[in-house]
Design a binder for this molecule. Structure first.
Ligand code: ARG
Length: 582
């Protein structure tokens, strides 16, 4: 059990000793640090239960607390708020325990298996700004949940199966009609064929084909037919599709690598296709499919709905499978192959209707047991200064690589030429840019939109990735310089700042839990900023390396090491890499 949780339990026991019982008594951090470090506001609740004046109850509790020996400066404010301060000796002991604990005193949870569906890249289309948040939030949630004891499997769930692929294959056919893929008499091995199309060609081909299909009904019809051929594994078309996926996947992997995002599984929509037949059988047997203008739909409306809930499109009239049905087949696949306790989808909040429909349709036929959680973790958009989803200057879609570049231009200006050699500058600027972008992205509550401001994200001061990196590197450098000095025990505090750092350290387990419960990283990004800026204040006020009081110096170095370890752990949870220098 974490120290902070144990302290809460101890206080509860002490309160019980004074004659009062409250199941969910909570020791709060004080809002008035001049009055104490903690605050206990439960005398008011107890007053109602025990029909006594809260002030009397508070006095009884304070009496028991003062007999304990670990608390000091106990006082009662207002009608019965109890202010509690830990003695320096006790606070020091607690911090020494954190230092000694390899796991930084984190509370872990009972094991649970989770599939986390995030990333959402689509094959043959460049990763763009819209893919940033799913990658960042998903990766960080995965790391956080893993740190707290869950068994999490991240799946990229590539969009590799729908009409876009039909369009791309069609356009390749138009440009290179003589490729053996389109020659019915070809009997050779397709893996030996050199496709004259690169990834950047694909990035040009898709938008071209997509636009053309909007103007040309015949072209669209051809693309539909090809999509059908691919989905039915027709020789040639299916092989070309496989090749396109392979080329595109390589590039997608490279961009995710840049963002420190890595998936345990690289499955795609197409991998769920094997389950489509079984899915059909399940839905047909349970009589929920309704014929509608040649298509099949599922009614998912519920009586309590207050907003429109259209039926789910299960199969189009031309036989092709919808995005919804692909997700249903994927649920069946995950259930059979992974058997998770929960499936989380870290996907843009604008897809919430889609997930409502899919989850309801899945529950209707018990695709997963009722105990298995299905959860859409939606997020807001990154906007331009005009408040609309961020675009390139000419109004086009900004690629993720382009976006990273814009931030890199800003971080490059701030690299210190005295510490970073010219030939390392590029590399360091990139690492710092990724940190800047990721930290800014994880700073607001996930549901909130935010504005892309590269100059601000790259700032070395304030709530930014570079500020945290810079500070953390400085802590490391201090610890390196102090490597021959004593470390390992906290016995002394000189100022209140150090005690504030200590109290903030003790709160770490609470922050981690809160963050996982809300499926948002903002509590962690705020916390790491608070801890770091408190530390920097302390650092500016003291000369640690030349301090003459050796007990105090040892306490300070121990405190520094804990803060450094917490920063490294949390930055790793956020999937932010720390450079050696910057
Ligand atoms: N590829 C989809 C898109 O770009 C996102 C996939 C999200 N995951 C899912 N299981 N539907 O919109």
């Amino acid at each position: 059990m974490s120290i902070i949780k144990k302290l809460n339990e101890d206080i509860k026991t002490i309160v019980e000793k004074s004659g009062y019982e409250l199941q969910d008594l909570v020791l709060q951090p004080s809002g008035r640090r001049d009055l104490g470090q903690f605050q206990l506001n439960d005398a008011m609740t107890l007053a109602k239960i025990y029909k006594k004046a809260p002030r009397i109850i508070a006095e009884d509790i304070v009496k028991s607390l003062s007999e304990d020996g670990r608390f000091t400066n106990l006082n009662i404010a207002g009608p019965g708020f109890i202010n509690i301060t830990l003695t320096d000796e006790y606070l020091g002991d607690l911090l020494t325990k954190v230092y000694e604990d390899k796991n930084l005193n984190i509370d872990t949870r009972p094991r649970k298996k989770i599939v986390l569906d995030y990333g959402g890249a689509n094959v043959a289309k460049a990763l763009h700004v819209g893919h940033l948040r799913s990658a960042n939030i998903g990766e960080a949630l995965k790391r956080l949940a893993t740190l707290l004891g869950y068994d999490v499997v991240g799946d990229a769930h590539l969009g590799d199966y729908g009409r876009p692929l039909g369009l791309v294959v069609l356009e390749i056919k138009k440009r290179y009609p003589n490729l053996p893929y389109f020659d019915e008499s070809y009997t050779g091995d397709f893996s030996e064929i050199d496709l004259p199309v690169t990834n950047s060609d694909l990035e040009e081909i898709y938008p071209y084909a997509s636009n053309k299909s909007k103007e040309d009904e015949g072209y669209l019809e051809e693309a539909r037919a090809i999509t059908f051929k691919i989905q039915n594994h027709e020789r040639g078309y299916y092989d070309l599709w496989k090749k396109v996926v392979e080329i595109s996947k390589k590039d997608i992997k490279q961009v995710y690598d840049m963002l420190n995002v890595n998936f345990e599984l690289w499955l795609g929509e197409s991998d769920a296709a094997e389950y489509l037949q079984e899915l059909d059988e399940i839905y047909e047997k349970s009589n929920v499919l309704i014929e509608s203008e040649g298509a099949q739909i599922i009614e998912v409306k519920e009586e309590t709905d207050t907003s429109p809930m259209p039926p789910l499109l299960y199969k189009r009239s031309n036989g092709t499978v919808s995005y919804e049905t692909t997700d249903l087949a994927t649920i069946l696949q995950r259930q059979k192959e992974i058997n998770p306790d929960e499936i989380w989808y870290c996907v843009d909040a604008r897809q919430s209707l889609h997930f409502d429909q899919v989850f309801r349709a899945a529950r209707k036929v018990k695709l997963v047991e009722d105990r298995v959680g299905l959860e859409h973790i939606g997020f807001g958009t990154m906007n331009g200064k005009d408040g609309k989803p961020f675009k390139t200057r000419d109004g086009g879609v900004m690629s993720l690589k382009g976006l990273i570049n814009l931030v890199e231009q800003e971080t490059k200006k701030r690299i210190n030429p005295d510490t970073v050699e010219e030939d390392e500058k590029e590399e360091v600027a990139k690492t710092v840019a990724i940190a800047a972008l990721k930290y800014a992205d994880l700073l607001p509550f996930r549901g909130t939109d935010y504005i892309f401001e590269p100059e601000k994200f790259a700032d070395l001061e304030g709530k930014t990735g570079p500020y945290l990196l810079y500070s953390t590197i400085r802590m490391k450098s201090l610890l390196t310089k102090a490597s021959t000095l004593e470390i390992g025990k906290i016995t002394k505090f000189k100022t209140e700042t150090e005690k504030d750092i200590a109290l903030t350290i003790l709160r770490l387990p609470i922050i981690l839990n809160k963050s996982l419960d809300s499926r948002s990283l903002n509590d962690i990004t705020e916390y790491i900023y608070k801890l770091t800026s408190l530390y920097n204040k302390f650092y500016a006020e003291n000369k640690i390396l030349t301090e003459e009081d050796k007990e105090l110096q040892k306490s300070w170095l121990t405190l520094t090491k804990i803060v450094y370890d917490i920063n490294m752990t949390l930055l790793d949870v956020l999937a932010i890499k720390v450079p050696e220098k910057m």
